[in-house]
Structures are given as structure tokens and as C-alpha cells.
Design a protein around this ligand. Structure first.
Ligand SMILES: NC(=O)c1ccc[n+]([C@@H]2O[C@H](COP(=O)([O-])OP(=O)(O)OC[C@H]3O[C@@H](n4cnc5c(N)ncnc54)[C@H](O)[C@@H]3O)[C@@H](O)[C@H]2O)c1
Length: 362
């Protein structure tokens, strides 16, 4: 089996919390280098991973390091330039979301990857989850009849509240980043994974907590000015054919007991439920089969497939599978571009109060 050499750029909270520990569990991946514009971060991560090479710029990394795949986990505004440089240098690419800040930027990445004969994919990972794959299959099999509606919520209390971090979280509240790109993308990914590309978008949004107190890490106790962007969104989507959906997202949810997602059909419901202490949701399904005399909830068991281990680094597995088999990654940049189109339309929806048409598909 070929082992792919992986270079990681962006040695921050996510890379440290997820990729550092989980990429070594992917059997055909080997981390060979780290890179960060803050050199001590790159050096520290290289030492933790027992890797010799570390660099402080994408240019230096591309010039001096021999590797196959770049994993880009830098802060959001840095993604597009780094992604284009990596593809131009002949590297396969996994990028954190969003791959770029405009539809045109993501299209440039798609076209460059094609021209160079490379594979590229982007977070989030949810389409690869067992629960998503199973729900897609149940819908395709007609188990809940004709789908009418989906409701999704992906939110937390803000990066300064939600997790321990030694890097300053202020950049999450600056134009070019924000709750929509950081969190909304997850909800939009979930809903479009099950219902397909959307045809129209509308939104209600607010800046609900414009001043935020950092609650953990090196900057504990500092105040962030969070007044420049909305932090609280209810996005509505029209999928055509009588199917509509809504996504609640943002940085204004301290806790919740609502399911991550529910899909309603003419013959039932699929609910993504998380039991207390359960990190990932499982499916519960309500059936109403006319004529059978039976209706009610069930927690389906899958005897053929169990999710024994799943992590965010499965984005890399998706990319390596696509390279090995010369197929389109599940987490394709086309899928990503559709999410970016929705997110780019949202500020105009807010400003004008209008519902806007969408054009891209995946
Ligand atoms: N933290 C999470 O839970 C989480 C979850 C999912 C996705 N993400 C995504 O991962 C990415 C990083 O988030 P984070 O929470 O780790 O942020 P972070 O601020 O902790 O880390 C970002 C790192 O990128 C580095 N960086 C910025 N510009 C760079 C450049 N041009 N070249 C090299 N390094 C550069 C910074 O120095 C920093 O070390 C974002 O796209 C975010 O949306 C984060």
C-alpha cells in the first residue's frame, strides 16, 4: 500500500486537537512536516508528532519539503491563497472550510486541480458519517415516503466559550470569517447532504452578543469586539418540488437538547439524536405505514456496518481514497462551492430582506 506524505499547515486549535492525534490512525498517511506563520507553533507540533521538518511559510514548505498532500487548517482568510499555491505546486489538497470566500475563488481551485490532475476536497466531514450515509439510504429507499422538510441546528456558544484555546479567537469575529463561515457551513452541509442542492435561500440574522468574554486559555478574561458580523442565523432553503428546510446556526447557543437534524416525510421522520454523553448522533426513525396498523419510533440497528471509529481526519481518508481509485471525493470542492454560494448570498438576503435564487449544484 502506498503511504502518502502529508504536510500540515495551520498549527492551531483544530490541527492540535484533531489531526495531530488522528491522522496517524489513517494507515496510508504519514505526516512529514508542519507549517505555521508563527514558527514556534510549527516547531512545537513537529516535536509533538516526532517529525523533523517544520516551516514558517507556505512558499518555504513547497520549496523545501517532499510531500504528496497538503492539509490546510489555517484561519479562514488564509485558505484560498494557500490552496492555490499548493495545487499550482502539484500537491493534492484537503482544506478546512470554506475553501474560499467566493464562488469564483472555489471555482479557481476546482479548475486548477483539474488542470493539474490533482484531487482536492474540503471540510466538513459529515457526509461521510455513518448516520448521514444511513439516512441518505433510508430516504432513497423511500422509508419515510416523500421528503417534505428538514430542520438542522449546528451552533455553539462561540470559539471563546466553546473550547480551550491558546490562540486568540478574535479573528473569528472579523469580516472574512464569522459564525456563518465557521458554523453555518456545517448546517448547510448537513441539510444539502440529505436533500441535495438548494434552489433558493432566505435568512433572518442578528448580532445578538456584540461583546464577548474569553473564557479559556491564554487570553482568559479578555473582551472581544464581536459587533461587526451577525452571530445568530435562521436560514431558510427551498429545494424545489415541495421540499423546504431551515438551518439554525451561530455562536449564541450555550447548550441544547434538540436533535442536530430531523427530516420529515409523508410516511415518517428521521431524527439525528444525541444521548447524553454521546459525541456523535445516532438515528431514530418514525414509521407510519398506511395499512400496516403499526406506527411509532424505532432505533434502527445496522447489522452489516457499525461505526467503530470516526473522526474529523476522515476528510483525509476521503481524499486518499479518491486519489487511489481516481474517483471524485465525497467531500468534493463542487459540494463546497454550493455551500459557499449559499453563504455568499446570505449577506444580500439580510440587507435586502429578499429570497435569492441559487445556481450551483454538486
Ligand atoms: N476549532 C475548531 O473546533 C474547528 C472545528 C472545525 C473547523 N475548524 C476550522 O479550522 C481552521 C482553523 O481553526 P482553529 O480553531 O484551529 O484556529 P486557530 O486560530 O487556533 O489556528 C489557525 C492557525 O493558522 C495559522 N495561520 C494563519 N494564517 C496562516 C498562513 N498564511 N500560513 C500559515 N499558517 C497560518 C495561525 O498562526 C494559527 O496557528 C478554520 O478554518 C476553522 O473554521 C475549526
Amino acid at each position: 500500500m502506498k503511504k502518502y506524505k502529508i504536510a500540515m499547515i495551520g498549527c492551531g486549535s483544530f490541527c492540535g486537537g484533531q489531526y495531530l492525534k488522528d491522522v496517524p490512525r489513517i494507515e496510508n498517511a504519514e505526516i512529514v512536516a508542519f507549517c505555521d506563520i508563527v514558527p514556534e507553533r510549527a516547531k512545537a507540533y513537529a516535536e509533538k508528532a516526532g517529525v523533523k521538518e517544520w516551516y514558517s511559510s507556505i512558499d518555504e514548505l513547497l520549496e523545501k519539503c517532499d510531500f504528496d498532500v497538503l492539509m490546510d487548517a489555517t484561519s479562514i482568510p488564509a485558505h484560498h491563497e494557500i490552496n492555490m499555491k499548493a495545487l499550482a505546486a502539484g500537491k493534492h489538497l484537503f482544506t478546512q472550510k470554506p475553501a474560499g470566500l467566493t464562488v469564483e475563488a472555489v471555482t479557481e481551485e476546482i479548475e486548477l486541480a483539474k488542470k493539474m490532475g490533482l484531487k482536492a476536497n474540503a471540510a466538513p466531514v459529515h457526509a461521510m458519517r455513518h448516520s448521514n450515509r444511513k439516512a441518505r439510504q433510508l430516504i432513497a429507499d423511500g422509508v419515510i415516503g416523500k421528503v417534505t422538510t428538514a430542520r438542522v441546528q449546528v451552533a455553539h456558544g462561540g470559539p471563546e466559550y466553546f473550547q480551550y484555546r491558546d490562540n486568540h479567537p478574535g479573528w473569528f469575529y472579523e469580516p472574512g470569517s464569522g459564525a456563518l463561515y465557521d458554523m453555518g457551513v456545517h448546517g448547510l452541509h448537513y441539510i444539502t447532504d440529505l436533500l441535495g442542492p438548494a434552489k433558493r435561500v432566505g435568512v433572518m440574522a442578528a448580532t445578538s452578543i456584540p461583546s464577548r468574554l474569553i473564557r479559556t486559555g491564554k487570553f482568559d478574561g479578555e473582551i472581544i469586539d464581536a459587533s461587526k458580523l451577525p452571530d445568530n442565523y435562521i436560514i431558510t432553503l427551498d429545494f424545489g418540488g415541495g421540499v423546504i428546510g431551515e438551518v439554525y446556526t451561530g455562536y449564541c447557543q450555550r447548550a441544547s437538547r434538540m436533535p442536530t437534524m430531523e427530516v420529515y416525510g409523508t410516511d415518517g421522520t428521521i431524527s439525528f439524536v444525541s444521548d447524553p454523553g454521546e459525541a456523535r448522533p445516532h438515528l431514530e426513525v418514525y414509521f407510519d405505514k398506511p395499512g400496516s396498523g403499526i406506527r411509532g419510533w424505532t432505533r434502527p440497528m445496522d447489522q452489516n456496518e457499525r461505526e467503530t471509529f470516526f473522526c474529523d481526519s476522515f476528510c483525509l481518508k476521503d481524499l486518499l481514497d479518491a486519489i487511489e481509485n481516481d474517483t471524485q471525493p465525497v467531500l468534493s470542492l463542487e459540494r463546497q462551492r454550493h455551500l459557499v454560494e449559499i453563504m455568499c448570498a446570505i449577506p444580500e438576503c439580510i440587507e435586502t430582506g429578499r429570497i435569492l435564487p441559487l445556481h450551483t449544484t454538486f
